[in-house]
Write a protein that binds this ligand. Sequence first.
Ligand code: IMP
Ligand code: MG
Length: 176
Amino acid sequence: MRILISEQRISERVQQLGQQLSADYSGRPLTIVAVLTGSLVLLADLIRCISTPLKVTLISASSYGGTRTTSGELSINDSMLSDLTGRDVLVLDDIFDTGRTIDGLLQHLQVRNPASLKTAVLLWKPARTEVSFRPDYCGFQIPDEFVVGYGLDYNDHFRHLPFIGIPDAEDLQAAV
Ligand code: IMP
Ligand code: MG
């Protein structure tokens, strides 16, 4: 598998994001809404780089249809989500592809009356964006390639890889 972003580069960038978030949210306790399952690896690393008080809560979003990327209708499960009223909320996901997943999540969370609502992703594919807004925090802009690793999956495989890679046909065939 070709490595697009190495473990080392991810680690450096996640540290920078943590510092930036610590500065931006200083004095404003943060609530991170982590989107299952893709954000789990990023969540674990990023929160250890944030020095200001924060809470973590979970939401799950999946779209019916594609095994690769979003297609079809978004299904949101917020049964684990804590109260967001008056909180400064940051939605954390693995990737902003078309942006439709995060768009749906923002609409879903806005009605819970957070004090503020922003988005952070590890990866953003600008060429594929189909919504009018952009992620507030982004680790890396990447080309329009299907990637796996560091939380990102194909058929729930490859999430454990410590780097971001571009799987070849053989890799995908093996992921059953
Ligand atoms: P969006 O709704 O198009 O922004 O897609 C977001 C979701 O599609 C992500 O949370 C991923 O689950 C999936 N996705 C999009 N691009 C990739 C990719 O390159 N690799 C793995 N999953 C992806
Ligand atoms: Mg996924």
